[in-house]
Design a protein around this ligand. Sequence first.
Ligand code: UD1
Length: 449
Amino acid sequence: MLGLLADSCGFSTWRRLEFMDRIRIVGGHSLRGSIPISGAKNAALPLLIASLLTEDRLTLKNVPNLADVNLLVRILRNHGVDLAVDGKRSSPSGHLGDTIHLTARDIVDTTAPYEMVSRMRASFWVLGPLIARMGEARVSLPGGCAIGTRPVDLHLTGLKALGAEIDIDSGYVVAKAPKGLRGAHIVFPKVSVGATHNVLLAAALAKGETVIENAAREPEIGDVATCLTKMGAHVEGIGTSVLRVQGRDRLEGAVHTVLPDRIETGTFAMAVAATGGDVLLEGAHINDLKTALDILGETGTSVEATEAGVRIARNGGGIQPVSVETQPFPGFPTDLQAQLMALLTRASGTSVIRETIFENRFMHVQELARLGADIQLHGDTATIKGVKELKGAPVMATDLRASVSLVIAGLAGEGETVINRVYHLDRGFEQLERKLSACGAEIERLSSG
Ligand code: UD1
């Protein structure tokens, strides 16, 4: 064991990076080589939260070293979860192990405070497990990326159906289930990843069977369901929109490996398509990203599944325009919308992207325009007229996925781009500069420290 996670790269580090670090890119280099894909942030977060469901040890392997993970670790420690880290990262510079052991023997505090939950929306998902295990919880209403209003009504309806009594008091969700939770039949009126996670996690410790209809089908939900099954709950329908969960009075410890990050995979795939080149995305699962990779194929990029991962290549040839609408899985992911837009800024023709999941997820548009992109916005639809070249400029990262779209545009543009507020990138991309520069990109972090 190497020690506790948050000690070496915790919240304070993240806060220091928050306002100061920048990323400098000199564009125009094609990418060649291979990039190891990290564990998925969006699976690691709910899997870490699953530790609250058992007094036994849950061991998670392939956990990415990200600001969001470190923040959640702080929240879990606040609830009384014991944490230790070991294992090896694929990169020699990884200063933390990729294996986290979590033991929630005693939950000492059932409050998740505003100061923490407001920084990351997924931390709200502790609500279901805390009610299920402790019969009570007080969790701040969430914050997160500024990409829309992002309500939590579906989470609350689902948990009420399982028997939780819920009030809102001074910005907190106050929930009680003195007699414990019991299985129920829940039909979500809308697909929500977070509400599916919250209810699924709670249902694992509820009495009897819970059926969740219109559940999100994202691979990360399947990963959590698989882990819960290892812990003793039984989940059927993994990968479909109907999940059947047999809850247990008590869950056990387990060992689980976080699946590869399909959004990181898609991001690097778009970067290679934008700059040209040939890169193997090591360990990537092609089936978790089929729609996005098919679209990439339509742009004229070669996509090949190999035993080692997914190989992306574009050698010469232009970028063909495409029309895309974001959809829940298995559709085109909203988390790749900004990256695809960065690629299409240089297409030979006009592309259209419609954002159907979040109403305000176009903040990258004005920053891409600073680099020379020609994009018109009408409501939920962006029309992107391809330009011959982008020119480097200083730009501002606005949210996690938007900021990485600026990295892609900077790599594909001419001259120097400096991205401010890179703490957004640190929330969700592990060793971004290192992975890209290993493939020939000219990219560096300008640390203020
Ligand atoms: C998760 C992902 C995020 C991704 C999003 C959609 C994590 C940590 N985050 O976010 O990266 O962009 O899925 O794929 O996995 N909604 C409601 N009521 C609710 C909950 C959601 O109306 O109670 C709406 C949202 O406003 C949004 C849509 O449902 O319009 C989908 O949101 P949801 O799937 O819940 O997103 P998150 O779980 O927050």
